[in-house]
Every structure is written in structure tokens, then in C-alpha cells.
Write a protein that binds this ligand. Sequence first.
Ligand code: PEP
Ligand code: MN
Length: 359
Amino acid sequence: MSNELESLRERIEGINDEILALLQERGTIAKKIGEEKRKQGTQVYDPQREKEMLNHLIDNNEGPYNDNTIKQLFKEIFKASTDLQKSENEKHLYVSRKLKPEDTIVQFDNGAIIGNNKKSFVFGPCSVESQEQVDTVAKDLADRGEKFIRGGAFKPRTSPYDFQGLGEEGLKILKNTKDKYGLNVVSEIVNPSHFEMADEYLDVFQIGARNMQNFELLKEAGQTNKPILLKRGLSATIEEFIYAAEYIHSQGNSNIILCERGIRTYEKATRNTLDISAVPILKQGTHLPVMVDVTHSTGRKDIMLPCAKAALAVGADGVMAEVHPDPSVALSDAGQQMDLNEFDSFHKEIVQAAKLYEK
Ligand code: PEP
Ligand code: MN
């Protein structure tokens, strides 16, 4: 090798080291800027400032790299810094595992827990229709040793002409059932002013997919002291889902259960597309328990069991599914609720499967 080449290479390596040292310094300063922005509540990404910095660099560019190359290189450097600031910000989210490495465990008076490496189940009808209907399902669940029952009293239906639920009357039915069978009751709240009224009837307030970004509802849920089962929005990204949970937590309520319930995609073979990958991503990124609703995601009874098993296999803390004594006459979701016979085999199998994963 010629001496000239060798010495040029040495100089290049020296410059690499200098660039690295400068990048390290730049990153450290960017983190400090991030902290200041957090204190002031300003956005991490400031497009105007980025544009000004790029213009300044291009004005000073004397080659040999052309303006476009300089622009691309610095855009990468800027992006690395905003990524750094975002990742620092994530550590400051209440729901983030970076802030709290231990799993959140949601506990109930009757000894039930959600989280803590146990697999929990929430079954019950789509809508509360009558005392007899709920009691029939509750008896079946209690006989199986289940600890929860679900049922909607306020139904956020796509069409205003569909059954809207029994309202407070439905909550009273659930409370009667709770008193008879000792199950924790889970039911959806759609109006921020209803939490207070519903408090005496329910053990878990559900926030439905259609309300995942109803921020006033989330804030109010955060001011209650009951566990919140938060469903992923119909077209919500995982990041949006996590921020929705953050709305609740930031108001003081840390008892949050995330529920993946399928998202809208172009696929028509299922009612929604069950995003199974969301489960380990949510478990990694947050300390909250994660459940999977196999009814509203698949909308198909023939694949609910394998999907429920898949959910447990990827680390879900539990499964939700709809069960109705006579689905053919159900006032909502008639096509996708299991009858008690179908539920019998589903339940036996999923309880078996759960044993594989419980620690
Ligand atoms: C429900 O669980 O009753 C329900 C309406 O589900 P989602 O909000 O996920 O559509
Ligand atoms: Mn339903």
C-alpha cells in the first residue's frame, strides 16, 4: 500500500472519530433540550426549527457534497436526536415499562386478579337484556369457577336504530347478579357523567373501542378508583392506544387493563383483524395487563378457540369472549356469541391451554 493512501486513510479514521465525538456531544445536548421541552410541555419535533437549521447548513455548504446530500445527512442526524428525545419521553409515561419495570397486577375483593402471570377470563353476553338472561350465564360461569362476568348496559351501536342497551336498569341487573353469584362485573361506560352513578354497580369500567380517544371520558375514568378495561380503538395504532391509557393513568388511576379487540383492515374474512403482535408489544412497552377479546376481533365462532390460545401463547393475561343463553335472539351481536354448549367446549379447552402458560 502506498504511504499516501495509508496516511489519507488515517486522516479519514481520525475524522470519523471526531464526527463520532461531535455526535455524542450533540446527542447529549439534544437530550437536555428534550428535558427542557418536557418541562415546558412543547413538542419534540419542531419542523420550523429543522428547516432553519437545514437552510443555514446549505447556505454554508461549499462542496464537495451537493446540497441534497448535505440535507439528507443532516436530516438523519436530526431524526436521531428527535428519536432520542422521544425515547426519553417514553420513560416518563406513567404506563411505560421503562418507568416501572414490574407488572401491574389488578386485584379484586373476591380474590380475583388480572396479571401476575395468571390467565383471567371475562365472559358474558354482549348486552344485558334481562335478569334471567344474565343470571343464566352467571350461574354457568360461577359453576366453572370463573370470577368475572361482562355485559353491556350502555351500547355504543353503529346505527342509532339498533338496541342501545338498558342503561342504569342494566347495571342494576348486573349488580343483582353479582350479589347472587359473587362475580366481578365488567360493563361499558360511554358518558363521563355516568361513572359516579355506575360506581355502586360495577367492579370494572370498560371503555369501548369507539371511545378509546374520547379524552374527556378517559380523564374521568382516571379519576375513579375502579379498574378500567380499555379497548383498542377501531383504527388505533399501538402508540395511540398507549397514550389513551396514559390519559387514564395521568389522572391517578393505575388500575388499567388493555384489551386488544381487533383493528379495521381491508380483510373481510373476519370482523376485524386480530393484531396478535400488539400483545407482546404492549407487554414490552407498558407494565399493564393485556387481554384479548376474541369475539369482536374475529367475529367468528369457528376460530375463536385457536385465536384465544394464540393470545395466551403470545403472553396475553386473559381472554374476553361473549356468551349468551340463546344467541339467535340476542339484541346485539347475535351471530358471534357462543351458546352455553359451544362455551362448554371452548371453556374446557382454554382452561387447559392456560395451564401451559401460567407460572
Ligand atoms: C363490547 O365489548 O361490548 C364492545 C362493544 O366491544 P368494542 O368496544 O371492542 O367494539
Ligand atoms: Mn358485542
